[in-house]
Write a protein that binds this ligand. Structure first.
Ligand code: BEZ
Ligand code: FE
Length: 285
């Protein structure tokens, strides 16, 4: 007679047996391992019923805090390093190519196309920064006609779409096109670092456990050119004291920029080279 008992030793197996291996649900590939690991976690940490109820209450609060404007579940995934791990697994690039990082919630798809040398700081507030850069391939050949889209926080660490009443529409956003030598240039202000949203259950819980909630200052770039994999990445301010404690684990050595005093007078200068990979079969471009 089959053992119908449900015990500490067979719990994961008993639950997994219920999965129809031929069913085609969205989490099909994920569930057997999820059940195994969840049961192993419980056996290892042995929470009381009250502890488990608190964990369920936390997950319920995360759900209630999420809506069309705020994604508390995504924040949980970000702060636990899961988003960065998924990115790492799925966007491996050859050595020397610019890595991808998460795009984040402050991107807007409708930023204006601007001529080179334009100033994307529309309110004139902040420490002037001139950005020069080039886009090239893995052989060092220029990628001309590439679209270089940028967005960033202001000096106080706020994006324009977080402060629609205080910053002009499209402040600190723009799309540029590289010249024949792959180069591009624009003017802006030096961004400030900022805290991820910490007023919800995720920030409160993980902040209370000592997790860093700040992001070091950075510029975002989305670079597109037919025939190449799209780059969606950050360039971090190498002088930011939070560089080693990015809340989202997004800092990589090759994405650290050197913001130096401008040779042309007041302000700062950043020069950065982006390296694109030719589109590969079976990879999203
Ligand atoms: C950002 O850098 O804009 C960002 C990315 C992911 C989560 C929160 C913010
Ligand atoms: Fe950002």
């Amino acid at each position: 007679m089959r053992d119908l008992s449900f015990s500490e030793n067979n719990s994961a197996q008993r639950v997994s047996e219920r999965l129809d291996r031929h069913a085609d649900g969205p989490l099909q590939a994920f569930m057997p391992s999820f059940i195994d690991h969840l049961h192993a976690l419980i056996r290892e940490t042995r929470p009381s019923s009250a502890d488990w109820r608190r964990a369920v209450e936390f997950l319920t609060e995360v759900g209630h805090a999420s809506d069309g404007r705020r994604q508390e579940w995504v924040l949980l995934s970000d702060l636990l390093g899961v988003t960065a791990l998924i990115e790492e697994i799925n966007t491996q690039r050859p050595k020397g190519a610019t890595p991808n990082t998460v795009r984040g919630p402050f991107y807007r798809a409708d930023a204006p196309h601007l001529p080179l040398d334009a100033n994307i700081c529309l309110d004139g507030i902040g420490r002037p920064l001139t950005v020069t850069g080039r886009v090239q391939d893995l052989d060092g050949q220029p990628v001309s006609g590439a679209s270089v889209e940028t967005w960033q926080a202001n000096g106080d660490g706020f994006y324009e779409n977080q402060q629609p009443d205080q910053q002009p529409e499209f402040n600190l956003r723009g799309v540029f096109t590289t010249e024949a030598d792959g180069g591009f240039r624009y003017r802006t202000v030096r961004p400030g670092g900022y805290a991820v949203p910490c007023d919800g259950p995720v920030g409160q819980m993980l902040g209370g456990l000592g997790f860093p909630l700040r992001r070091p200052a950075h510029l975002h770039f989305l670079i597109k050119k037919d025939g190449f994999e799209t780059i969606s990445t950050h360039v971090y301010d190498g002088a930011d004291p939070d560089l080693a404690r990015d809340a989202l684990f997004g800092v990589k050595q090759e994405l650290i920029g050197d913001f130096s005093p401008s040779e042309k007078g007041a302000g700062w200068a950043l020069d950065f080279t982006f390296v694109m990979v030719r589109a590969r079969k079976g990879r999203a471009s």
